[in-house]
Design a protein around this ligand. Structure first.
Ligand code: MRU
Length: 367
């Protein structure tokens, strides 16, 4: 995406050819700062502390984390240690495991001396593939927005509701849920996006709003509990969200609060679509509610709020009484029955095993 005339991805090799640069998303929307990753520990920290976040970008960063680890020590033991260290950073997005397994499968058979070059090359391919996949998701998803536009009165925008940030900041480029929005917007379709703020970390209010704003896409930020009201009053034509892990049966795990939006959409007859690249499908899982590990983060993300003061200082304040306990589940699972369709790089399918296998028949042997 272009920022002030410069095309950015969210992760790229530094000019020196070995370090890796990222956009530090913990500083947004107040500051657009680039951070430099020079070793395995910095890559692991960037994922854990959410300098980078979003399932596809977590996977891409892990791939480069392995490359940085190989540069320090290309031995078998170091490869295994890097895999374990990075896998432990965040539990829910399956793209992390997918990227690490891909790196290990590529590097383990090579002699250690050949691993550094191969690791950087493979990480670059992971990133390039993510961009191509997301662009394809954008094309398939834009058809849904185009169809919704046919039912609108002349001049009326298609209203899309999204949750969290599944835009280009969550991927290497384009995004998943927002890719259809960008493609439709470039086509000239009139649209407007309702942006859920997405407490506690506010990825909607800080990141989705920032990127839509930069791109000139009309949007409005709403507090998380507004979606049901909007849908009851015909103010949402379709919902599109991303996902951190989708089971082989079409259950969808995404940022906490997604399930409530799907329930409200179901009750009001609003189509609820989930956009996902195939590395987000966990072909070995069938029951999302019981099987997907849900990240629990620091309760201070709930008890505190961070923002910018009028004179430009970033400050954190407490919003709960001292002594009130809080809990911070990062994700929830939306059962497949509440999902209208899955938007993948190969097309749109029903949220079911049959639907997914129709698009990915090569996975037919999976449990
Ligand atoms: O905790 P985060 O910010 O990593 O959560 C991100 C999401 O929930 C996204 O919707 C999901 O990763 C899909 S990103 C294309």
């Amino acid at each position: 995406m272009k920022i002030d005339g410069t095309a950015y991805r969210t992760i790229w090799p530094a000019q020196d050819g070995w370090a890796v640069e990222i956009i530090d998303q913990t500083r947004m929307p107040h500051d657009f700062a680039v951070a430099r990753l020079t070793n395995l520990e910095e890559a692991a920290h960037a994922i854990r502390a959410m300098l980078v976040r979003g399932a596809p970008l977590i996977g891409a960063t892990a791939a480069y984390g392995v490359a940085l680890a190989m540069r320090a020590d290309p031995s078998d033991a170091a490869l295994e240690a890097a895999h374990a260290r990075l896998l432990a950073t965040r539990p829910t997005a399956v793209n992390l495991r997918w990227a690490l397994e891909r790196m290990r499968a590529r590097l383990a058979p090579l002699p250690p001396a050949a691993r550094v070059e191969a690791a950087y090359a493979e990480a670059a391919v992971v990133c390039d593939e993510d961009v191509a996949i997301n662009r394809a998701i954008g094309e398939h998803g834009a058809a849904l927005i185009r169809e919704a536009a046919r039912h609108k009165a002349p001049g009326e925008p298609v209203n899309v509701l999204t949750h969290c940030n599944a835009g280009w900041l969550a991927t290497v480029d384009w995004g998943t849920a927002l890719a259809p929005v960008y493609v439709a917007f470039e086509e000239g379709i009139r649209l407007h996006v309702w942006v859920d703020e997405t407490r506690p970390r506010n990825q909607g209010a800080s990141l989705t709003a920032w990127e839509l704003n930069r791109h000139g896409v009309p949007h409005t930020v709403v507090v998380d509990n507004t979606g049901g009201h909007l849908m009851q009053h015909g103010m949402v034509d379709l919902c599109i969200v991303g996902t951190d892990r989708t089971t082989a049966t079409g259950d969808v795990c995404n940022k906490i609060g997604t399930y409530l939006k799907a329930l409200a959409a179901h009750d009001n007859g609003v189509p609820f679509y989930v956009a996902l690249p195939s590395p987000t499908i966990d072909w070995g899982m069938a029951d999302g509610v019981r099987e997907i590990p849900i990240e629990e983060r620091d309760a201070r993300e709930v008890t505190e709020l961070t923002g910018i003061t009028a004179d430009g200082r970033i400050e954190t304040i407490r919003v709960t009484p001292a002594g009130s306990p809080a809990v911070n589940y990062g994700f929830d699972v939306t059962p497949a029955r509440l999902v209208t369709g899955l938007v993948t790089e190969r097309g749109v399918c029903p949220a079911s095993r049959e639907g997914l296998l129709g698009l990915f028949p090569e996975q037919g042997a999976a449990p």
